[in-house]
Design a protein around this ligand. Structure first.
Ligand code: ADE
Length: 254
């Protein structure tokens, strides 16, 4: 059976996946490689390997490579949080990436700014079928936020029905936490919907190995001067629960 990789950057983001894997009939086994714990097992009858990749592009690329080479995955799904950049991309919304780009890649004047040198491209596309399936799962799972989160979190973060956005997500080794920086990114990359720290690295590895890959990010902040304020609590109370609700809807489908 094809094995699916479930990747997140932070502990809280993967905790519900691991809890459910450990309670599934074929309970999860853990293997430590390169300082990361890879949990293999089943979810809804599907073979999965779940891993916490850590934060940043190098950690994400190392993890993706290990998933391909050591764990023989056939597709990769990344879930987590991101800062909203695009107009109307609000805290509590969900973004599914159609393509990813490293916003801190700059080998100019040898190559155009943002282009991955020797690839002839700045953007790496996600797999359309996998992203469509993720979007469909997100639409059904997020139709009732209180069912995924509980009423307390909905009230605490003043969440309304989350909007689903699809488009460009940008990644870099920076937590974008000033309005000045997010304004600059918006100016340079006006089509970017959200900013995070891992997705484009995984996208490049998947491009290298020819494997399908999709990314879902819950918007935790607007990448401005207040980006850090509720970040950890939001990951715990909202992003991790949306991720689980969407993954469950995706994996449970026939
Ligand atoms: N992930 C969540 N919020 C982020 C931000 N503001 N910058 C980079 N990565 C993020």
């Amino acid at each position: 059976m094809p094995r699916i990789a479930l990747i997140s950057a932070m502990q809280q983001e993967l905790s519900l996946v691991l809890q459910h894997m450990q309670h599934s009939p074929a309970s999860a086994a853990c293997q430590c490689v390169g300082g990361r714990n890879f949990w293999t097992g089943q979810l809804f009858g599907r073979d999965v390997v779940a891993v916490l990749c850590g934060i940043g592009k190098v950690s994400a690329a190392t993890t993706a490579t290990l998933l391909v080479e050591r764990f023989a995955v056939q597709s990769l799904l990344f879930t987590g949080a991101a800062g909203g950049l695009g107009e109307g991309v609000a805290v509590g919304d969900v973004v599914i990436a159609s393509a990813l780009l490293q916003h801190d890649m700059d080998a100019s004047p040898l190559f155009p700014r943002f282009e991955a040198p020797l690839y002839g491209r700045a953007q790496f596309c996600t797999n359309a079928a996998l992203s469509d399936a993720l979007a469909q799962a997100a639409r059904s799972a997020l139709a009732a936020p209180a069912a995924a989160l509980g009423d307390n979190a909905v009230a605490e973060f003043a969440l309304h029905r989350p909007q689903l956005h699809r488009g460009l997500v940008i990644s870099g080794d920076r937590f974008v936490s000033t309005k000045l920086e997010s304004d600059t990114l918006r100016q340079l990359l006006p089509q970017a919907l959200a900013v995070e720290m891992e997705g484009a690295a995984v996208a490049q590895v998947c491009h290298d190995f020819g494997l399908p890959f999709a990314v879902m990010r819950t918007i935790s902040d607007r990448a401005d001067d207040t980006a850090h304020v509720n970040f950890m609590r939001f990951i715990d109370r909202v992003a991790s629960r949306y991720s689980w609700a969407v993954l469950r809807a995706l994996l449970a489908r026939a």
